[in-house]
Design a protein around this ligand. Structure first.
Ligand SMILES: [Zn+2]
Length: 311
């Protein structure tokens, strides 16, 4: 059987797997290379893991895709920034290294772009040719599909949805700009806003509360949680409406950890959409949850490999 290798590089661990053309994961493993260690060590650990899976599975490994937490320059293949949790990636190309080691086509891309590729191949994006996907977690990532193709842009950095401005002059962002979506609708931002609202009313704050707990409280009707979730949803709708007006999308898809916490956030986004979307462009636009969950990162990396094989 023919399969692609997927490598989802993360700050705490790296997931690797062998994935068939239809999206079935044939084998997978979790590796824990030192994210602060040397690039060679990281690359060698991943290669050794892939070889082991490949030996055990016994099929034909045809290409390797790598989901990179940072920015990958599409021309040089080098990670040029953003991989704060795996600093050894900077200035290096895991795709070039793996391609040479395995003598196979290999490509790396930002994990938001990978997530869009996976939803297009095997998830909520199947049969939809034009969509924007955002992943809500610690930050907000994104990927864009137009006319059935995953978009990269001039250097490969397209889809930075988290840094779309939703509030001119608003909260300062890690990127240096102000008012970015990430500061209003990431998991941490929703939790911060909720706790801030509680403090202002002299209410107690649970420092260990997970962000998903805010959405659960909102779904249960707690007013301040609902306010925090509603504000985040409005910021997301601002991005989705603007993107739809600009690109005439079929769908906007929400993935990432927080998208698994019930459908409240998506319902609130849908409610706010008419304020930001031209009626004609809203007619066929759907707001959907991502379908790929726990293995989304691994499938995203593998989808990249299959994309290379199909091109
Ligand atoms: Zn920003």
């Amino acid at each position: 059987m023919q399969y692609a290798g997927g490598v989802d590089v993360g700050g705490t661990h790296t997931k690797i797997g062998l994935v068939a053309r239809d999206g079935r994961i044939l084998a997978q493993a979790r590796l824990e290379p030192d994210p602060r260690g040397a690039f060679e060590e990281l690359a060698a650990t991943i290669a050794e893991g892939l070889r082991r899976l490949h030996r055990e599975a016994g099929g034909r490994l045809s290409a390797i895709g790598i989901g990179n937490p940072g920015y990958t320059d599409r021309h040089t293949g080098l990670t040029v920034g953003g991989a704060f949790n795996v600093p050894c990636l900077h200035g290096n190309s895991l795709a070039t290294w793996m391609g040479a080691r395995f003598a196979l086509p290999a490509r790396a891309d930002n994990d938001g772009t990978c997530a869009a590729a996976a939803e297009l191949a095997w998830g909520a994006g199947r049969g939809r040719l034009n969509f924007l996907l955002i992943t809500i977690g610690t930050g907000i990532g994104g990927g864009l599909v137009l006319d059935g193709r995953v978009m990269r842009g001039a250097r490969g950095f397209a889809g930075e949805a988290g840094h779309f401005c939703v509030q001119p002059g608003g909260l300062e962002c890690v990127c240096g700009a102000r008012g970015c979506l990430e500061q209003y609708a990431s998991a941490g931002a929703i939790l911060r806003r909720y706790q801030d609202l509680r403090r202002r009313r002299g209410l107690t704050v649970d420092p260990g509360q997970p962000p998903a707990g805010v959405l659960a409280a909102a779904a249960g009707g707690e007013a301040l949680a609902l306010q925090a979730a509603g504000e985040a949803a409005r910021a997301i709708a601002q991005l989705f409406g603007s993107a739809a007006n600009l690109l005439n999308l079929d769908a906007c898809i929400v993935g990432g950890g927080l998208s698994h916490s019930g459908d409240l956030l998506l319902r609130l986004v849908r409610e706010a959409m008419p304020d930001y979307t031209l009626p004609l462009l809203a007619e066929n636009l759907q707001i959907l949850p991502a379908e790929l969950r726990n293995d989304a990162g691994l499938l995203g990396a593998a989808a990249l490999a299959w994309e290379v094989l199909a091109s």
